[in-house]
Design a protein around this ligand. Structure first.
Ligand code: HEC
Ligand code: HEC
Length: 256
């Protein structure tokens, strides 16, 4: 009787030892070859443009947004124009794009220590209210306000290369025209207008998309496009938008 229970105990013990090895995923042999060398899947953003998301993002209360914006003025300016060319202007920023950026900062999908700590405590409704407020601000800056925009146009900004990329893109390299998604010709959902954006900020975003330091663009349009541009082209494009040329129809600056 005693030896029988000892055998039983031993059997139980060995089953306990072996069982985890038989569980899927616990096997000591390498997993299926398809998984080897593949990066883990990474979603660029937790925002997906479903109809309920569009509704949530676009139905903010601008008056409540105005009150919340008091804590943003310090960096983004009381009229939505920042005094520092490295900090983006928010005046007239389209609601959906604004709301998505706030969600991405809050979730850490877009890296910025300063903006993540500001966005994380806000509710989705707060972001919608702020989006409603900033989207209503005029995109022409008050000349009496301290602001960085527009900057003086550099020769590179006035070169044909920036205008050409904006109007025509570059078919040879598979670069679509910027104005097809950023306006004035077309707007892709979530693509902010760049017409009143600071040059230094635009340049930093293009470099960050190219290096992958910013990777929150759904379906990666910006990581692919910025990666195909040369550094000279990135500077020319940043200068073009930063000097306010983006407010004119781009064909106006193309050489005849
Ligand atoms: C201490 C300075 C500071 C304060 C205060 C601040 N921001 Fe920002 N904000 C920044 C900087 C810097 C960036 C650019 C981050 C980056 O480089 O990616 C930014 C980016 C943003 C963007 C992205 C804009 C774009 O074009 O993609 C939004 C939207 C924004 N801030 C909204 C807000 C709101 C709303 C508040 C107030 C609740 C606020 N910020 C307060 C510094 C600040
Ligand atoms: C196929 C559409 C598409 C095209 C073409 C495109 N973009 Fe974008 N771009 C986007 C989207 C969408 C975003 C917003 C990414 C996100 O979700 O944060 C963006 C973001 C940006 C930003 C960051 C803006 C901000 O406020 O943070 C810059 C700068 C930019 N694009 C520049 C360009 C330039 C310059 C070109 C042309 C060479 C270009 N884009 C062409 C879709 C496009």
């Amino acid at each position: 009787m005693q030896s029988c229970s000892r055998v039983l105990l031993l059997t139980c013990f060995s089953v306990l030892l072996i069982a985890p090895l038989m569980l899927p995923g616990c096997s000591p042999t390498p997993s299926s070859p398809r998984a080897i060398g593949q990066p883990p899947a990474r979603a660029p953003s937790f925002v997906a443009w479903k109809s309920e998301t569009v509704l949530e993002a676009s139905h903010g209360d601008a008056l409540r947004g105005l009150l919340l914006a008091k804590r943003c003025d310090h960096c983004h300016g009381s009229e939505g124009f920042s005094a520092n060319a490295n900090i983006p202007n928010l005046a007239g920023m389209e609601r959906l794009a604004f709301w998505k950026e706030m969600e991405d900062f809050a979730s850490g999908k877009r890296n910025s220590e300063v903006m993540s700590s500001i966005a994380a405590p806000l509710t989705r409704q707060d972001s919608a209210d702020l989006a409603a407020y900033y989207s209503m601000l005029p995109t022409a800056a008050d000349p009496l306000d301290r602001q960085a925009f527009p900057q003086a146009a550099t020769p590179a900004a006035q070169s044909a290369s920036a205008g050409r990329l904006i109007v025509l893109g570059d078919v040879g390299r598979g670069i679509p025209p910027c104005q097809a998604c950023h306006g004035p010709v077309g707007f892709k959902t979530g693509a902010p207008s760049l017409a009143a954006q600071n040059a230094d900020y635009v340049l930093r975003q293009l470099r960050d998309f190219a290096s992958g330091a910013r990777a929150n663009d759904i379906n990666m349009p910006m990581r692919s496009i910025a990666g195909l541009l040369t550094e000279e082209e990135r500077q020319a494009l940043a200068g073009y938008y930063g000097s306010g040329l983006g407010r004119l129809p781009a064909s106006a600056v193309l050489p005849k």
